[in-house]
Design a protein around this ligand. Structure first.
Ligand code: ZN
Length: 273
């Protein structure tokens, strides 16, 4: 069967694809400010597109869940439009989704994250799913960590350190490729987090090749204390061409990840007591 959208299947079709050892792909994002030049739906659109285009290329290997729009963004609430879900709520909500999928027989679930601060909760979802159901595999990744994306961004980025953080070169380029009608480049401005220092270096979604990723103290102050526009980084270097290349890299990389994930053995636990 070539259907891949979970919600478009009938229940007998769900039962059929369950038996095909497909990977269930669950995109998760958030609704929050992305500078003055990008819409609040940015994370959702990017994550949704990467997962949908990936599924369109290998429809027989994937079951695609509807994108989860709402995520963990309490530190963005000073900016109008942000919708936030409490961390433990997101954790339990997403766990209930993996529990439901497992109840119906699915054994391989990959959460694809499109918003930085979701990561800590989604990693917990992936881990707890396996703790509760050892006969399954549940993994989590953020799209900007896909090796092909890191490589492609490093090849083409022109902004300096920090340019690919929030609503900056990477996200703006991708939005120019996906929905140029929703991007107003005349309002895009560089707004680097002004509290950077030796131990608090600029944060990037994707670090420039050779740059240190080490940020020793983990800390997330309210976004309005870091940025005046909501942007952290430099969106002015964004181009549609970069965006198209980076989306393509994400799809290629995700296909590779899914195909490996599909081959992992689900081994029985051994109780050594
Ligand atoms: Zn974003």
């Amino acid at each position: 069967m070539t259907k891949f959208l979970y919600v478009e299947m009938t229940w007998p079709e769900i039962n059929e694809v369950m038996k095909e050892n497909r990977v269930v792909l669950q995109p998760v994002a958030t609704i929050e400010d992305h500078g003055r030049h990008l819409p609040i739906v940015t994370d959702v659109l990017i994550t949704d597109t990467i997962c949908r285009r990936t599924a369109e290329r290998i429809p027989n290997e994937i079951v695609l869940m509807p994108t989860q729009y709402h995520g963990y963004s309490p530190h963005h609430m000073d900016f109008p439009g942000t919708i936030t879900v409490k961390g433990p709520t997101l954790l339990e909500y997403m766990l209930d989704i993996t529990r439901s999928l497992i109840h119906h027989g699915f054994r391989r679930i990959l959460l694809v994250n499109g918003h930085g601060s979701n990561a800590l909760w989604l990693e917990a979802v992936a881990r707890l799913t396996i703790v509760e159901h050892p006969d399954t595999l549940c993994g989590m990744l953020s799209w900007w960590n896909i090796p092909e994306v890191v490589e492609a961004v490093n090849k083409m980025r022109t902004g300096g350190s920090g340019s690919t953080d929030h609503a900056a070169e990477a996200e703006t380029s991708i939005m120019l490729a996906l929905r140029p009608d929703l991007v107003d480049m005349s309002l895009a401005e560089k707004d680097i987090n002004y509290q950077i220092s030796k131990y608090f270096p600029p944060v990037d979604l994707i670090y420039p090749a050779g740059a240190s990723k080490r940020v020793t103290p983990k800390m997330m102050p309210y976004w309005s204390t870091r940025s005046k526009t909501g942007t952290v980084g430099d969106p002015t270097s964004a181009t549609q061409e970069k965006g198209e290349a980076w989306i393509e890299a994400a799809i290629t990389g995700l296909i590779g990840i899914l195909r490996e994930f599909k081959t992992f053995e689900i081994r029985d636990r051994i109780d050594h007591h």
